[in-house]
Design a protein around this ligand. Structure first.
Ligand SMILES: NC(=O)c1ccc[n+]([C@@H]2O[C@H](COP(=O)([O-])OP(=O)(O)OC[C@H]3O[C@@H](n4cnc5c(N)ncnc54)[C@H](O)[C@@H]3O)[C@@H](O)[C@H]2O)c1
Length: 379
């Protein structure tokens, strides 16, 4: 078995989710490669050491440049906030490292395009952590669409709702609240929550050609956690857009952090000529399916419990009927990346695929500021 030495940058939410995936993947998926947790990197030595001890990293670094310079690191995993993705990825690709980068690929499509150029010039394997593609029920939706079971698709409808920034006392910037600081996040819910919805949509339903959008910043000023001073809020708190897909279907997308009662309500519905699909992150192992071709007497929405061995990824886990959860989507993404390495076929979404989402989010923000329909650039 070949080893693959991982250098992890960031030890927060995603640092944990990815480390867990690297540790578990070989226990469940037969692969030629074995990830080794070689080094964890963060700016605070005590915190990164505690993280390294918890997850079993062999060493630590406090400067990502030093991590990239190490000859014993094969792959750089960027699990740090959005404002450092581009700089780290470009430096890592110049050093010939493989790169896994968290979403959104970059602060904007211009930076994302530089990252794509860098990894493609260096010829290094690369992937963006749009992990929702690999929740088995979502992968099953892709399979059903690709098999043509829905027929012509008319509508795509997605939303991602949260409620954690309603209070004006939530600060912007700093650990835990960097998502509210436009200088670190790039945008608000558009690049954060909608990016997930858009990536899934592009994967399931093809390219988006045009959008028209509106955004709102409900709380205009918040204290900055690092300076302690009040500062204008530059992110969008809520974002909604209409879209036209290249296949002729129409779409609505909505995301907000002001939907009281919702923590991570990501749902999508797709309506086709013969059938419809509905999926809900809160019930992620189920796919709701309606097929108009069923006999009238029994026709109706059915809830598919995606846990059988012939459904995506499930034969690698327990026995039929037993479900898996959120963390497993990351295990699947690592498994597919490693399989891609051994087969010489890069697993998606590559940086170029991730750039397609950045083009849509750029167009959404441009439309919201101009009040016009905007054509989406191709990546
Ligand atoms: N795929 C998903 O579902 C998903 C979910 C959450 C976050 N994300 C993405 O993952 C990334 C990280 O988000 P998170 O929720 O893990 O954030 P987090 O705040 O929990 O963790 C961020 C980590 O990055 C570190 N960091 C910040 N600046 C750094 C620097 N210059 N050098 C080294 N380390 C640095 C922080 O110390 C912290 O350990 C973001 O791009 C975010 O959009 C993706």
């Amino acid at each position: 078995m070949k080893t693959l030495n991982i250098g992890m940058i960031g030890y927060g939410f995603m640092g944990r989710a990815h480390s867990n995936a690297f540790r578990k993947v070989n226990n469940f998926f037969p692969l030629d490669y074995r990830p080794v947790l070689k080094a964890a990197c963060g700016r605070d030595a005590a915190k990164v050491q505690a993280f390294a001890d918890t997850w079993g990293y062999e060493s630590i670094e406090t400067d990502w440049r030093k991590l990239i310079a190490r000859a014993d690191i094969d792959l750089i995993d960027i699990a740090a906030p959005n404002n450092v993705h581009a700089e780290i990825a470009i430096a890592a690709s110049r050093a010939g490292k493989m790169i896994l980068c968290e979403k959104p690929l970059a602060m904007n499509a211009a930076d994302g395009a530089k990252m794509v150029k860098a990894v493609e010039k260096a010829g290094v394997p690369n992937m963006v952590w749009y992990n929702y593609r690999r929740i088995p029920a979502v992968t099953l939706a892709k399979q059903l669409i690709d098999e043509g079971r829905l027929g012509k698709i008319f509508h795509y409808r997605a939303k991602f709702l949260q409620d954690w920034t309603i209070s004006a006392d939530v600060p912007q910037g700093g650990p835990g609240t960097w998502r509210l600081d436009v200088a670190v996040a790039g945008s608000g819910v558009t690049g954060d929550l909608l990016a997930h919805c858009i990536d899934t949509a592009l994967w399931l339903n093809g390219g988006i050609s045009q959008v028209t959008a509106m955004t709102e910043t409900f709380v205009k000023q918040r204290q900055h956690a690092l300076t302690g001073k009040p500062q204008k809020v530059g992110i969008d708190d809520a974002s909604a857009f209409l879209a036209r897909f290249s296949n002729g279907s129409l779409a609505t997308f909505e995301a907000t952090r002001y939907a009281r009662g919702h923590k991570a309500l990501y749902t999508f519905e797709i309506n086709g000529e013969h059938a419809s699909i509905f999926w809900d992150l809160h019930d992620l192992h189920r796919l709701q399916w309606f097929d108009h071709r069923d006999a009238g007497l029994v026709r109706g929405w059915r809830s598919i419990h995606v846990s059988d061995g012939d459904q995506p990824y499930m034969k690698n886990w327990w026995v039929p009927g037993l479900q898996i959860g959120y963390e497993h989507s990351f295990v699947h993404q690592v498994a597919d990346f490693l399989k891609g390495l051994q087969d010489g076929k890069p697993a998606a979404p590559t940086f170029r695929d991730g750039l397609a989402t950045d083009h849509v989010t750029d167009a959404v923000l441009k439309s919201a500021s101009t009040g016009r329909w905007v054509n989406v650039k191709k990546s």
